[in-house]
Design a protein around this ligand. Structure first.
Ligand SMILES: C[S@@+](CC[C@H](N)C(=O)[O-])C[C@H]1O[C@@H](n2cnc3c(N)ncnc32)[C@H](O)[C@@H]1O
Length: 291
């Protein structure tokens, strides 16, 4: 496997994914009852945007660095919450170049009644992850295949779960299908599990048929959130960031539409792109209410 997340740390897709992840964690915490956070593709947990392995934060310049450098204050509470979390990591370590990965962001949020498990398959990344999460007792790090290990932890004793699936997509078609299967299996084990899958917007010939298959295969409420800052089918590189949310919190799509529009305005200066928050599968109640 050649993929290293450090090259992409803090880019516009990370911003989109991490703003949404924190909003989901906040929504889970509206209830006192604890939940289990699961991160199947965890990465290194923390990245140094001044280091050669991140290309000195080249991609982050169109992501977190553009946001922190913006003269305007964000309107959406969810974006400010995310910026506060990034500032917390930087303040804690005393290094303004650091960027948090998904396991650090989640670990930072977990309450005494919550717990988390994150998996990373590459030994060097996993060791870095263990160092990054050293101070967090409620988040367990395992150096293993996250997709395989899910079976061992679901259903969880908490009966509430937030599952993040964030594959590297070196082989997009196969990884999208594996993710679909992983979500279906997880929901068989815990039907109310909230799932967030990140997917790349790069090639509509792969994406459109996969989204159509998701619509047919899923029965749980499923939302797609998309933010793109380059023409969607440009062959240049990553054009946009997609998030598939299964069992999202009540009215999540309405808030997501707002923070996506704001992120789009802040990150796409040309502009080439856009954003959408669309139901792929609505539950019967939602259909009934909107009929
Ligand atoms: C996109 S990165 C994760 C980024 C991270 N979720 C974040 O938002 O900060 C994908 C990571 O998954 C790891 N990986 C790939 N296949 C895996 C598997 N089967 N199980 C666990 N980790 C895997 C890769 O080594 C890489 O570090």
């Amino acid at each position: 496997m050649k993929y290293r997340h450090s090259f992409h740390a803090g880019n516009f897709a990370d911003v989109h994914k991490h703003v949404t992840l924190l909003a989901l964690l906040r929504a889970m915490q509206r209830k006192d009852k604890g939940f289990l956070y699961l991160d199947t593709h965890a990465g290194a947990g923390r990245y140094d945007l001044s280091a050669p392995e991140t290309h000195r934060g080249a991609e982050a310049r169109h992501g977190i660095t553009a946001l922190t450098g913006s003269s305007s204050v964000a309107d959406c509470a969810e974006i400010n919450d995310y910026l506060a979390a990034v500032a917390a990591l930087r303040g804690e370590i005393g290094d303004a170049h650091l960027y948090p990965g998904s396991p650090w962001l989640a670990a930072h949020m977990l309450r005494p009644q919550d717990r988390g498990i994150c998996w990373e398959i590459l030994p060097a990344e996993c060791r870095a992850l263990e160092r990054a999460l050293g101070g967090f007792r409620r988040m367990r790090v395992e150096c293993a295949d996250g997709t395989d290990q899910l079976r061992a932890v679901l259903p969880s004793r908490e009966r509430r779960c937030l599952l993040l699936i964030d594959p590297p997509y070196e082989n997009p078609a196969a990884e999208l299908d594996l993710a679909t299967q992983t979500i279906l299996t997880s929901l068989q084990r815990l039907a109310n599990c909230v799932v967030m899958l990140w997917y790349p917007i790069k090639d509509e010939r792969t994406l459109a048929p996969w989204l159509a298959r998701v619509e047919r295969a899923f029965s749980a409420p499923t939302l797609s959130l998309e933010l793109w800052i380059y023409p969607r089918d440009s062959r240049v590189g990553l054009n946009g960031s997609g998030l598939l949310l299964v069992n999202p919190p009540h009215q999540f799509e309405q808030r997501a539409a707002l923070w996506q529009q704001e992120l789009h305005a802040l990150l796409d200066k040309v502009p080439h792109g856009g954003s959408t928050a669309q139901w792929l599968v609505r539950d019967a109640d939602v259909d009934h209410a909107s009929a």
